[in-house]
Design a protein around this ligand. Structure first.
Ligand code: B1M
Length: 220
């Protein structure tokens, strides 16, 4: 079976909500020495996105989307351990999904890729009260060290997206805006939206998130 077929089967197993099959295929990816990153983005994430299309077309309901998400994690938990990095810390990245939003699959993929690129990630989780982002930045900067700090917010819903702008405002009010670079992402987020709320960066996917963070924290 060609490698791309294996990724396609992974995506199909996620959409079919079959965690055991997803886990088996994830192990096959590793046995074959294929890229776990590609299996995550071209297999697992593609499967969840396909489920989203089905949901939008009213071909399935929320519980099925949830079961597909669980199936995706059955593979993700196996593959993420094998995403390797350069073994040195290049800077710190605070990540979280804004208050009111529990969609964290994309954020978790971004986290693994960013860690693999050598950044330390402080994961605040999902449904994060907005002041928590500021507190995390304050606490990180309190040691006075001069490492680069990026704060990344994720949002999957048009209803919660504006809260990303609120985080920028809160950082500004706390006098931290110049010390912290802000990056935003999530399916409905666009470059224009990022510019409008005063963010420093935007990324449409996990790979671009790494490139954007590398741009914001250049190697010293
Ligand atoms: Co729901 N959901 N959901 N959902 N869900 C969406 C987002 C929706 C678009 C579906 C639809 O209507 N077509 C819709 C939002 C509509 C809107 O905008 N207003 C929606 C809704 C309405 C809801 C509920 C309200 C449903 C209900 O209860 N009636 C509810 C909301 C609960 C809440 O948050 N308060 C809900 C619940 C759920 C589940 C729990 C069932 C599940 C989430 C499970 C979980 O995350 N733990 C779920 C899912 C899975 C989806 C869809 C189908 C898939 C999202 C996903 O995981 N995509 C989604 C439809 C869709 O997006 N097409 C949908 C795969 C993931 C890999 O992609 O997250 O885009 P993504 O991440 C990418 C990039 O965006 C980027 O990199 C990632 C990897 O490449 N990225 C970043 C993400 N964050 C980044 C941060 C960065 C940089 C890049 O820098 C910091």
């Amino acid at each position: 079976m060609p490698d791309s077929d294996l990724f396609g089967r992974l995506a199909a197993a996620v959409t079919a909500m079959k965690p055991e099959l997803v886990a088996e295929l994830a192990r096959k990816v590793l046995e074959r020495g294929l890229s776990p990153e590609d299996a995550i983005t071209q297999g697992l994430a593609a499967g969840v996105r396909r489920m989203g299309e089905k949901y939008a077309a009213k071909e399935c309901f929320v519980p099925e989307v949830l079961l597909a998400s669980r199936a995706m994690y059955a593979g993700f938990d196996i593959l993420k351990e094998h995403v390797t990095g350069p073994g040195r810390t290049r800077g710190r990245v605070i990540l979280g999904v804004v208050q009111g939003d529990i969609h964290d699959i994309g954020k978790n993929i971004v986290k693994v890729m960013v860690q693999a690129a050598g950044f330390e990630v402080i994961d605040l989780g999902r449904n994060v009260p907005l002041p928590e982002f500021v507190k995390a930045a304050e606490s990180d900067l309190s040691d006075g060290s001069d490492h680069g700090l990026v704060l990344g917010t994720s949002s999957l819903m048009t209803t919660t997206m504006p809260r990303m702008g609120k985080v920028v405002e809160l950082l500004d009010k706390a006098g931290l805006r110049r010390k912290v670079k802000v990056i935003v992402g999530g399916a409905p987020v666009t470059e224009r939206f990022a510019q409008n709320i005063g963010a420093d960066g935007f990324a449409p996917d996990a790979h671009s998130a790494v490139l954007e963070i590398e741009r914001l924290i250049p190697a010293s």
